[in-house]
Design a binder for this molecule. Structure first.
Ligand SMILES: *Cc1c(COP(=O)(O)O)cnc(C)c1O
Length: 592
């Protein structure tokens, strides 16, 4: 279902899969983006071209929800000058239903039909309407389907209007606003996923008037009282802030890593003026995880079945399960890893071939897409959204130094890049271009590679098949990061900045750090991080990979490190541990 842009969407899917595994009675609500998120092409000069492919619903694992007469079940959301209908698609994620709202109906005005066409419009006029549909319409959809949820979990601020719709239901039944807000707050849970402004939607007040002027009356509020629910003061004027709305109307609040918790408590401290110390701000943290069954290579699962006991997947989050790691012979683990690495290389070659045959591809682009990759060379992966804070170009800080490191005879290194920039993110697209220009240079010998159209499928090959997973965002803007967890549970070693999840997972022996474990307020320059990156790559990672190989050509010390990584990271950074924490620390208290 290509209706995600990056980590947040993938995490939402993993959350549902784990809820299915655990038998948790959870349902998901979202929007059915009829055009999905875009496919990416890269032009010869490295410019990202976005291709929008309308989804063919008949080919997707979704079904429309019908009412008892066999007609489409529809909900209605009223805007000041129109009402918009939406039908509901159901997708089964194991035992968990996911309901997706779709406004592409004949009776809606052409503009309203496009409301659910795409994920992440930059047009804030459309975005606010999408969020009203998701929040208000989402509650109405659940009611129409007959649900009486005991806990309401908002995954980021986009759904925050649901808090008001729940209040409106009570106000309509005669409860005054204040009391209704108090009653509903207790079982709302809100997760903030990023400190980056692009993830914290704020709308200018004229848009609130335009989209919600019919709504505050229904809540028994004046315009001013309504705006006050989420008023935010920016240099460019007053706004209505979705995260503020959610934080004020939820009793359960969390960030997604320990450090992100600290960042969030500081960032939102002003909402609790009576709280003196930032650390006392009532926002906790639950570190993200990934769905093990989705991301772990099948070959590795087979190996675990043999050595960890057949019930290891049921005891995934128990550290004792992983004590049995020692029983796995180095040679067998290495054989699985080499298999996955060859599988990645051949997959990349085939993609390059198909792309070359499709036309419009310059020969140098064929090389840039990985046709010179060698499965026996130390391989580093770097793949994620090209948001500038993720600093994809950091490794090119000193190109000559990088070329010197990757081209050494007998100890070469290859680096695979992949990732999309938001179509309207010009600096992000320039980062892709900068990477692509370096990748096209003959001097790198085909060892720097950029793969078009990063998505879940490509991600699975990469996180299972490279040797090292590199991540070097600026601190502390990466709230958690999850791709490194996917790599770790496949025996791929992380080489990352000590921010987000890696700061919690790194123990000095299960991967490598880029830069220092800096204090929140410390400023570390890009140059210093790049210097650390080159240094560790050259003096630690490369020697560990290429030296001390016995007669059977196995880098025993490397495999030892793989085992340390697998053993320490797999039990802790899965959705198993994560969802149990959500249940125990947020959902159950909210139910009470
Ligand atoms: C896991 C994943 C992400 C998130 O990666 P980060 O490096 O944590 O930002 C983004 N896109 C895809 C396709 C993924 O599978």
């Amino acid at each position: 279902m290509p209706i995600y842009s990056g980590g947040l969407g993938v995490l939402a899917g993993d959350h549902l899969k784990e809820a299915s595994d655990l038998g948790l009675p959870l349902v998901g609500v979202g929007l059915m983006y009829a055009e999905g998120y875009f496919s990416q092409r890269i032009s010869e000069d490295g410019w990202q071209v976005a291709v929008n492919n309308p989804l063919t619903f008949d080919d997707l694992p979704v079904q429309p929800v019908l009412d008892k007469n066999g007609e489409l079940l529809k909900i209605t959301v009223n805007f000041p000058d129109c009402s918009v209908n939406a039908c509901i698609w159901e997708l089964r994620v194991g035992r968990i239903p996911l309901y997706l709202l779709d406004t592409d109906l004949d009776e809606n005005a052409p503009n309203d039909r496009k409301l659910t066409a795409r994920l992440y419009w930059s047009d804030i006029d459309l975005r606010i309407a999408q969020e009203v549909l998701l929040g208000v319409g989402g509650v109405r959809a659940l009611r129409a389907l007959g649900y009486e949820p005991s806990v309401w979990h908002m995954n980021e601020g986009h759904a925050a209007f649901l808090t008001l719709e729940r209040v409106r239901e009570l106000v309509a039944g005669g409860t005054p606003f204040k009391k209704a807000a108090q009653k509903t707050r207790g079982n709302n849970v809100f997760t903030t996923h990023t400190p980056v402004p692009a993830g914290n939607d704020e709308f200018p007040l004229w848009l609130i008037d335009k989209n919600l002027s019919n709504y505050w009356g229904e809540l028994g509020l004046t315009r001013d009282q309504f705006i006050d629910l989420a008023r935010s003061h920016q240099a460019w004027g007053e706004t209505f802030s979705m995260p503020i709305l959610a934080l004020r109307h939820s009793e359960g609040r969390n960030a997604v890593s320990e450090l992100h918790g600290r960042v969030s408590r500081r960032m939102w401290q002003f909402l609790w003026p009576e709280v003196k110390e930032a650390e006392d701000v009532p926002i906790t943290s639950i570190t993200n995880g990934v769905h093990t069954g989705t991301w772990m290579a099948r070959r590795l699962r087979v190996l675990y079945d043999k050595y960890l006991g057949e019930d290891w997947l049921d005891r995934l989050d128990e550290p004792e399960t992983w004590d049995r790691m020692d029983a796995i012979p180095e040679a067998e683990l290495w054989a699985v890893h080499m298999h996955l690495k060859r599988k990645l290389v051949f997959y990349v070659l085939n993609r390059a071939r198909t792309r070359w045959m499709a036309g419009g591809f310059h020969p140098v682009q064929v090389i840039a897409s990985g046709t010179m990759l060698d499965p026996y060379v130390l391989t580093v992966g770097f793949a994620r959204r090209f948001a500038t804070y993720k600093r994809a170009t950091l490794v090119f800080d000193d190109l000559n130094r990088l070329l010197d490191i990757i081209n050494r005879p007998n100890r070469p290194v290859q680096v695979i890049f992949s990732g999309k920039a938001h179509p309207d993110d010009e600096p992000g697209k320039q980062f892709i271009q900068e990477v692509y220009r370096a990748v096209k240079k003959a001097e790198n010998g085909g060892r720097l590679v950029f793969l078009e159209d990063y998505d879940i499928n490509l991600a699975r090959y990469l996180v299972q098949g490279v040797d090292v997973w590199m991540n070097n965002p600026g601190r502390p803007t990466e709230a958690s990061g999850t791709s490194g967890m996917k790599a770790a549970l496949n025996g791929v070693l992380n080489f990352s900045v000590l921010s987000g999840w890696w700061r919690e997972a790194y123990n000095g022996e299960n991967g490598w750090a880029i830069g220092p474990d800096a204090d929140l307020d410390a400023v570390v320059s890009d140059e210093a991080d790049a210097d650390s990156l080159y240094d560790t790559l050259k003096n630690e990672i490369i020697p560990l990979y290429y030296t001390d190989r016995g007669a059977n050509d196995i880098p025993v010390k490397w495999v030892t490190r793989m085992k340390k990584s697998l053993r320490t990271i797999t039990p802790l950074f899965g959705t198993r541990r994560m969802l149990k924490e959500y249940v125990e620390r947020l959902y159950l208290p909210a139910m009470k």
